[in-house]
Design a protein. Sequence first.
Length: 89
Amino acid sequence: MTFADAFAGDDPLFRHVRTWVRSPQTNGVVERFFGTLKYEHLYRATIGDGNALSVEVNLFRHTYNTLRPHQALDERTPRAAYLAVEHCD
C-alpha cells in the first residue's frame, strides 16, 4: 500500500497531490491534519503495533473526512465541502 492509498483509502473523490517545496499555504493543511490526527485520536490510547496503527488511522480518516464538521468549512465535512464545488478534471 502506498502512502497516498493509506490516506485516500477507497474513496475515489480523494487523491494524493504533491505540494511544492516551501509552500506553507498548501503544506499547512496537511500539517494541521497530522496534528489533529495525533492530538484528537492517536495520543488518547496506547497503540500496540503497526496493524493497530493502520486501523486507527483509517478510522480517523473516515471520521475526519465524512463525519466531523470543520469550523473553517462552515461546519461541513471535507467531503461535503468538496462535493459542493464543481470540479474540472
